[in-house]
Design a protein. Structure first.
Length: 421
């Protein structure tokens, strides 16, 4: 960890305005700065405890003060220009100015064009793109007056125009890239006056958002938010001439001399889930993407009925051998699989009645969960070669219906594969 030590506190007395700082990466960056004795404006929406998400602006403020900083919690929905303006004024009145802006607030929905409601599109564009632009616009006059090394840091990805990063979630990619385009433009516009950079994680980071996206079991494939906080600290303590960079957390820390990243892992030694928008090298991209769940190409569903023999039937033989009354009793779910590709067709798994059943065709009644995927991926998933969480997060597996039952099925697959070993 790049903990600032001794009397050398690089951010002491600096004022940071951080959006979405009540939890997750925003809060981790706030606490990192607080340990230096910084002033932190916690600009976020959550004033009252949320039933599903930890933390409010007030609990984050208490943690900032306990870590050695000064905190100013402000209720801010960054879609509302008035609320941003009020918080900026309050920050300047309280601390005398603003030196650093961290645009962290973000909304995510990893859904295709036909499955993304307009309300979700507006939310992502309103928070990620417009909110980042507006907050920057309103904070900029104060950054220009800063006597330190003024910075804007957007938590957004490198601008990668490979279509693979658009096709499964065009609206989300457009909204996130909007944040990155703010970096591209403003870094040049304010060159020599203010540093403007983007920071993005190499791997998935354990946050409430990731838990909701990836479901149970995703955490151990993640790193903690501390890696982003340490990388942000390294960037924010550089001179204002360091600008216009699209940075990856791990690369930043390597350049600071960090070699061992194990302590950032939620479960050291466990394989990590790579984050979106990062191509390793062009030649290995397709292979990497397939390993981590992207569909290599769109394949229209085959209209042919399922054949009685073949990989899908063999997979169902294994499934049938694994189910019994106890499994049915503990699951209580009816699953339908809409398979596309070479062995396309409809299959079912009844873990609701009797001692369970599975096979080709429609289930006897309406399914609780409908899973749509390529037949080759289905075989890989049930043989343990493709993790359902990975497949789901990258759009390879589409799930409609009861997510809790979908997660129960993932647990069952794990048990099946352990039994085979």
């Amino acid at each position: 960890s790049l903990e600032s030590s001794g009397s050398f506190h690089k951010l002491a007395g600096c004022t940071l305005f951080i959006t979405g700082a009540s939890r997750g990466i925003g809060k981790a960056i706030a606490l990192k700065a607080a340990r230096d004795g910084a002033n932190v404006v916690i600009a976020a929406k959550t004033a009252d405890p949320h039933p599903k998400l930890p933390g409010t602006i007030y609990t984050a403020a208490q943690e900032v003060e306990a870590a050695g900083g000064k905190a100013l919690p402000c209720v801010v929905d960054i879609r509302d220009e008035q609320q941003i303006g009020d918080a900026v004024k309050k920050a300047v009145d309280t601390f005398g100015g603003i030196d650093i802006l961290v645009n962290n607030a973000s909304a995510i929905s990893l859904t295709g064009t036909l499955d993304t409601p307009t309300k979700k599109v507006d939310l992502m564009l309103g928070i990620n793109l417009r909110g980042t632009y507006l907050t920057s616009k309103l904070v900029l006059p104060h950054l220009l007056k800063s006597r330190g090394s003024p910075h804007i840091l957007n938590l957004s990805p490198p601008l990668n125009l490979n279509p693979v990063w658009f096709k499964n979630h065009t609206a989300y990619t457009m909204a996130k890239y909007g944040m990155s385009m703010c970096v591209l433009g403003m870094a040049e516009e304010f060159r020599g006056q203010i540093a403007v950079n983007a920071l993005w994680p190499r791997t998935a980071i354990q946050t409430a958002a990731m838990d909701m996206l990836g479901g149970e079991g995703v955490a151990k494939q993640c790193r903690t938010a501390d890696i982003m906080a340490d990388a942000a600290y390294a960037v924010l303590t550089k001179p204002k001439e360091y600008t216009g960079n699209f940075l990856i957390d791990e690369d930043v820390l390597r350049s600071e001399g960090v070699r061992n990243f194990d302590h950032y892992a939620v479960q050291p030694g466990h394989p990590l889930l790579p984050d979106f928008f990062l191509d390793e090298t062009p030649e290995s991209l397709v292979q990497k993407m397939e390993e981590h769940g992207a569909t290599p190409a769109f394949k229209p569903p085959s209209q042919a009925p399922p054949t009685s023999s073949g990989p899908i039937e063999s997979t169902f033989d294994v499934i049938r051998a694994s189910i019994n009354e106890d499994v049915v009793k503990s699951t209580q779910g009816l699953y339908r699989f809409d398979l596309t590709g070479q062995h396309g067709g409809v299959w079912f798994l009844d873990l609701k009645s009797g001692s369970g059943s599975a096979g080709a065709g429609e289930p006897a009644s309406k399914a609780d969960v409908v899973m749509t995927m390529d037949s080759a991926d289905f075989t890989k998933m049930f043989s343990g070669r493709l993790k359902p969480t990975l497949a789901f997060m990258s759009g390879k597996l589409k799930i409609k219906g009861d997510m809790t039952l979908a997660i129960k099925l993932e647990k069952l697959m794990t048990r099946m594969n352990q039994a085979k070993l």
